[in-house]
Design a protein around this ligand. Structure first.
Ligand code: C5P
Length: 233
């Protein structure tokens, strides 16, 4: 995979026109467009169909978490829309994860949200630190047949060790040097995340709030390319 293919842009906008403008501005510069709850709730499944029809890869980040039957059918519908990557919550448990391991898409398990620190992780009842919880949940996801997880960049090394080289790790909580962290707590720069072994990085506001969003994306791809082991950007 080239550096560009590894950059996922979180298109966290409400208006269809703004979403399609962002996709146009980024065409050819990034690998995947992430449609999350904001864009999906505001526009419905049609926004996914439209972006896929325009030739882009879509990551539908709905973080599905429900009983196995409901979750399985939601994943199947997301795959039928043309989404290439789909998220489910690993805390839904092994049966839900097994039901969600759809062959037609890359189904990733969300481990611990990157906005949570150790204190919040403990306050909702997880045993151990954010890191320990994320590694445990990644192992549960792998055993249930998922091909990868979403995790903080700080957890990549430990998850790689537990789950091996073929396991896909996608990481949000990315902030280019000098950018505001906002509500993200456990962040890294794009270069650091790639060096740590991330397969995909997710970047939202540092691109969507930039004066030139295309330039911001291209800068991040360049930074990733120089950090890839093969320098294969
Ligand atoms: O704007 P920012 O770069 O913080 O966006 C990160 C994106 O990644 C958001 O769309 C958020 O929902 C998503 N995400 C996350 N942490 C996770 C899973 C997804 O920040 N564990």
């Amino acid at each position: 995979m080239q550096a560009r293919d590894r950059l996922v842009v979180a298109a966290d906008l409400s208006s269809r026109d703004e979403l399609l403008r962002l996709v146009d501005e980024l065409r050819g510069a990034v690998g995947v467009i992430k449609i999350g709850l904001q864009a999906f709730v505001a526009n419905g499944p049609e926004i996914v169909r439209e972006i896929v029809a325009g030739g882009e890869k879509v990551f539908l980040d709905l973080k599905i978490h429900d009983i196995p039957n409901t979750a399985e059918h939601a994943v199947a519908e997301a795959a039928a829309l043309g989404a290439s990557i789909i998220t489910v919550h690993t805390s839904g448990g092994a049966s839900m994860l097994r039901a969600c391991a759809h062959p037609g898409a890359l189904v990733l398990g969300v481990t611990i949200l990157t906005s949570l620190d150790d204190a919040e992780v403990a306050s909702v009842g997880y045993r151990g630190s954010a890191m320990e919880s994320a590694v445990r949940l990644a192992a549960v996801a792998q055993a249930a047949g998922l091909r990868g997880v979403v995790a903080s960049p700080h957890e990549i090394g430990a998850i790689r060790k537990a789950c091996g080289d073929q396991f896909v790790i996608l990481t949000p909580g990315i902030r280019p040097a000098g950018e505001a962290a906002g509500d993200q707590r456990r962040t890294m720069t794009p270069a650091e995340a790639v060096r740590a072994g991330a397969d995909y990085i997710v970047v939202g506001r540092p691109i969507t709030n930039a004066k030139s969003r295309r330039e911001a994306a291209l800068r991040i791809v360049d930074e990733m390319a120089t950090s890839l082991p093969s320098a294969g950007g």
